[in-house]
Design a protein around this ligand. Structure first.
Ligand SMILES: [Zn+2]
Ligand SMILES: [Zn+2]
Length: 999
């Protein structure tokens, strides 16, 4: 027999979210509820929800709450479906975001400074930085009630993780994915590292740059010049060729003493519009005639020397592929948009300056013609001596001015203006990026792109548009540049022999120790400060192999998280193999180009499988006005503040109620507190049940007889049918809204009102208990605290045996209880009630005053509803009669969906008396409550009234006794004869009733 002791939580009278949440957290801790999850589902199928590791740099705000809440809903829901949910939080620890902060804090500006202070000290400072932040996250998970708060996180900086990364790199190398290449790449001169395309795609900003028309002297011709246009003067130092369009018409135009060659289509715009000069066309010809024409190098610098016979000539523009198309996954664009022309007539002079060392397109056309590529720029973005002694050591963009001056002095500058265009910035330090030629390591994407696209077809994307967006991104993605020239990251496990060029990719610590020249010892850490100095013996030539100095792109770290988080294959081998692919990931939409992509590639390349089966994609959370939350705008609401204000349960449910999870959500504290009110209604519904349930009530299966009982149980089972289906499809907002609607509208505002008079009857209590228990379970994944508390309380009345609501199985519908017709009819009854209530307000007739008649007209459904639910309508409308009619009476009415409700507002004496009686009951009850009487306390009541009301009251003393909970009621002829400690006075229409009562 259960007693109050099963539930060890402190009793809480009124709903106080903070008290409830604290109490439940203490209960979970004491009873080790989270730790008991796995034991409870022993032998059940695992469900692998992989935590996309947040970057530990920074603290969570209300936007993170949405992601965390949704992930936790999945975790709990899947567990309640019977799976053994695998739960592990994770943290992304490496990379530039931490390094940039640490550099700032230490006052270390350049990479040379870091080398000077020692990589070990720098790495250690980075580690300390993230260790502190991780605590804030775990604490936040705890506050929000996320299960992950109770489990050991994975960290990308741990040895097991890094060793798994090495294993993956070796596997990919053996499968031929790992290659080295020299191409111009985006480079941050401040961070001194390469950045890859998707790190750049989001961080463009409008910048103003110089816009130059430059004269290239034609070799062997007097005063004849090719006119080219550029907005990056510093790249002119690396000019190798000029390009024209073969099919466009070009001209030689005389301006004063000089002859300019340029496109005819640009002639007016440039010469008249910009240079404001007259000209005379002396010759016209197609662009292809310029092919091979030689010109003199613009600058006398070492970089321009010995470039071979191909350099400093005119070439013909070719198509550059913008997107690579695949047969099955056509984009909607037309074919022409697949390519862009290197030379266009949209701007400039129709002659394009080409520096293959400093641009992706330039590099592409340069390769096509076999042109040399020069890039006399060092890691800090400064010119090397190859750019000449005057420019050496100067930052390229800062050198623009000097280069322009020199062109002016040498008479090569035709015009100088300004242009504002979108320019890429470093996503971390916000400095402008430059294109620079470097040697980097890549994963080849092309070879498995087709397979990746096919595999993506089998993934369930929620919402479904994710599939197309992902496909589009995959199609145009190039090889993945994975090397970075930084410190706090996973070192590339690649060793190279300086003598013979032999390469070794190391896949484990054991392998490294075996191949090392000298035993490196235990190797507890695999960061640069430990592995950089390890040399391997070259088996080809006996030389001493050195590690390449590069580290991995931090996106590689998270891309391998499904297995690296488990330390695979060195630990948890079986566990990983039994769980992979991941069942579900749930992150924001921008991860299509980030994590979803790197995960997918890594899974396909390393294991031949897509990394995940289901993706739920979140939309952004912005502030109430629709602005992105950012530090600079000062509109960031910390997660802690949101949780504290409305409670964890309410803020969680708010995100699963207001809007579809994938839509942009304007966070509103006001709306979130509306949700809290609804939870209050749930709480009060339980309090009402507890107060009115029969003494010693033990719940049994309801066998409903009244239409309202049958209806509420039908609604409950419909809910149990619909809610899980919505959750499965990530329609959390539908699930949340339907749960709220059931609690607030169906149960509290309708069912409880209809059954007020029979709340203590066994059948009604059974129905109420069933509704409360099942709703609590259904709501548990969304609001883990209040549901845990209520479940613990409800257990005392029934057969529920689980220690925690979260151990329960999710309710399944009992289809035999669902009665669609009844639900439809009750829906009509609710609409009629709404119409009548609004009529009563208009007519100033309170709901507790009975009315003579309500007449309803309308369609067939309305007729059926009135006919079948007459008792419900009479009860809820407080009308002596409720009838359906084919003709409209001449009475006040209100329309509702499907018909009209008419109210007879006339009140005869009998109705007035009944109203007086109701008012008197209300006044006495209110006074009892005010004076601290509890419901079961009996009172002695004496009344006095004069005239007609006295006669009426005499008739109904017995009823009154019953209604107000009195042991005795007397009607006395004079005021003086009234006895009692508390008085009540009621004026109603013309009547005056006085009363006194005491215990
Ligand atoms: Zn940077
Ligand atoms: Zn060698």
């Amino acid at each position: 027999m259960p007693s109050g002791r099963i539930f060890s939580m402190r009793a809480i009278e009124r709903y106080d979210s903070k008290a409830v949440e604290e109490e439940v957290r203490a209960f979970w801790k004491e009873k080790r509820i989270p730790q008991g999850l796995a034991e409870h589902r022993k032998g059940a199928k695992k469900y692998f929800l992989l935590d996309g590791p947040p970057y530990v740099n920074g603290t969570p705000h209300v936007g993170h709450v949405k992601t965390t809440a949704c992930k936790d809903v999945w975790t709990r829901f899947k567990y309640m479906q019977g799976y053994d949910t695998y739960i592990q939080p994770g943290f992304d620890c490496h990379g530039l975001p931490v390094e940039v902060v640490v550099q700032k804090e230490l006052g270390v500006r350049t990479k040379q400074d870091i080398d000077a202070m020692g990589i070990d000290r720098f790495d250690d400072a980075c580690l300390q930085k993230i260790l502190n932040n991780e605590k804030a996250w775990m604490d936040y998970y705890l506050q929000l009630g996320a299960w992950r708060a109770y489990f050991e996180p994975y960290f990308t900086y741990k040895k097991y993780y890094m060793e798994s990364a090495w294993w993956t790199a070796k596997a990919l190398h053996e499968k031929g994915f790992l290659v080295e290449g020299e191409t111009p790449t985006f480079w941050c001169a401040h961070c001194e590292t390469v950045l890859s395309g998707y790190e750049v795609s989001d961080s463009y900003k409008d910048l103003t740059d110089p816009s130059l028309y430059v004269k290239f002297k034609v070799k062997g011709a007097k005063n004849e010049y090719l006119v080219a246009w550029t907005t990056t003067p510093w790249t002119l130092i690396s000019n190798v060729a000029l390009f024209v369009h073969p099919k466009e018409t070009y001209v030689k135009a005389r301006v004063g003493e000089e002859t300019y060659i340029m496109a005819k289509a640009r002639l007016d715009a440039v010469l008249r519009g910009i240079l404001e000069t007259d000209f005379e066309i002396i010759e016209e010809f197609p662009g292809e005639r310029l092919s091979g024409m030689e010109y003199e190098p613009l600058f006398d610098v070492p970089a321009q020397k010995s470039l071979g016979d191909k350099a400093h000539r005119v070439y013909l523009s070719i198509h550059i592929m913008k997107f690579k198309r695949y047969k099955k996954h056509k984009l909607t664009n037309s074919d022409e948009e697949e390519y862009e022309e290197f030379v266009t007539m949209a701007d400039g002079s129709g002659i394009v300056h080409c520096a293959p060392g400093h641009g992706a397109s330039d590099h592409y056309v340069g390769k096509h013609y076999g042109l040399p590529a020069v890039s006399p720029v060092d890691e800090q973005g400064c010119f090397t001596s190859k750019a000449g002694n005057e420019l050496k050591g100067k930052f390229v963009k800062a050198a623009d001015k000097e280069i322009i001056e020199r062109l002016k002095d040498e008479g090569k500058l035709l015009h100088l203006g300004k242009v504002t265009h979108a320019y890429p910035l470093c996503w971390r330090c916000k400095n402008p990026l430059i294109y620079r030629l470097t040697k980097q390591w890549y994963f080849k994407i092309d070879e498995i792109k087709e397979k990746m696209l096919d595999a993506s077809e089998g993934v369930k994307w929620m919402p479904s548009f994710g599939k197309e967006a992902f496909g589009n991104w995959l199609e145009q993605s190039g090889d993945w540049c994975i090397s970075r020239q930084r410190y706090w990251a996973i070192p590339l496990p690649i060793w190279v022999c300086p003598k013979c060029g032999r390469k070794e990719v190391i896949g484990s610590v054991a392998e490294l120790r075996e191949k090392a020249e000298k035993d490196p010892g235990e190797l507890d850490d695999l960061h640069r400060h430990t592995v950089d100095s390890i040399k391997l013996k070259c088996v080809t030539c006996g030389g001493s192999m050195e590690r390449v100095k590069d580290v991995f792109d931090v996106w590689y770290d998270s891309g391998i998280s499904p297995w690296a988080s488990l330390g695979y294959p060195f630990r948890n081998k079986e566990l990983f193999e039994s769980m992979f692919p991941v069942d579900l990931i749930n992150e924001s939409q921008d991860q299509i180009r980030g994590w979803f992509y790197t995960l997918f590639f890594a899974g396909m390349a390393a294991h031949g499988k897509p990394a995940f089966k289901n993706v739920a994609m979140m939309g952004w959370v912005v502030d109430e006005k629709g602005e992105k939350m950012s530090k600079s705008l000062g509109n960031v609401i910390p997660a802690k503040e949101g949780i504290e204000k409305v409670g964890a349960d309410a803020i969680r449910l708010y995100y699963c109620w207001e809007i579809a999870p994938w839509d942009v959500q304007k966070f509103s504290m006001h709306s979130a507190s509306e949700v809290q009110k609804a939870l209050n209604i749930l709480w009060n519904s339980f309090a009402f049940f507890r107060m009115y349930a029969p003494n010693g009530f033990r719940a049994s299966a309801p066998s409903p007889e009244t239409p309202e009982d049958r209806w509420i149980l039908s609604r409950l089972n419909t809910l149990a049918r619909e809610v899980p289906a919505h959750v499965e499809n990530f329609e959390f907002h539908h699930a949340g809204r339907k749960l709220m609607r059931f609690i607030v509208d169906d149960y509290s505002r309708w069912y409880v009102k209809l059954t007020r008079d029979r709340a203590s009857d066994e059948q009604c209590a059974n129905a109420m208990y069933k509704c409360l228990v099942e709703t609590t379970k259904m709501l548990a994944p969304f609001c883990p605290f209040i549901t845990e508390y209520l479940y613990g309380q409800l257990k005392q009345y029934g057969d529920e045996r689980e220690e925690s609501v979260h151990y329960c199985l999710y309710p399944k519908p009992d289809e035999s209880r669902i009665d669609g017709n009844l639900e439809e009819r009750m829906d009509v009854a609710m609409r009629v009630a709404e119409a009548v209530n609004s009529l009563r307000r208009e007519q100033n007739i309170k709901l507790r005053w009975p009315v003579r008649a309500v007449i309803v007209t309308g369609d067939e459904r309305v007729a059926k509803a009135v006919h079948e639910l007459q008792s419900v309508l009479i009860n809820s409308l407080n009308s002596v009669s409720v009838t359906y009619s084919d003709t409209e009476p001449g009475l006040p009415f209100k329309e509702f969906d499907g018909g009209k409700a008419f109210l007879d507002p006339k009140r005869d004496e009998e109705l007035l008396n009944q109203a007086l009686f109701r008012e008197l009951v209300r006044a006495i009850q209110a006074s009892r409550k005010q004076n601290g009487f509890n419901v079961s306390e009996r009172i002695s009541l004496s009344l006095h009234a004069a005239g007609k009301p006295a006669f009426f009251l005499q008739e109904c003393l017995e009823d009154l006794k019953e209604e107000v909970g009195a042991k005795g009621v007397v009607l006395v002829p004079t005021e003086a004869e009234m006895k009692g400690d508390f008085s009540v006075e009621l004026k109603f229409e013309d009547a005056l009733v006085k009363a006194k009562y005491s215990r």
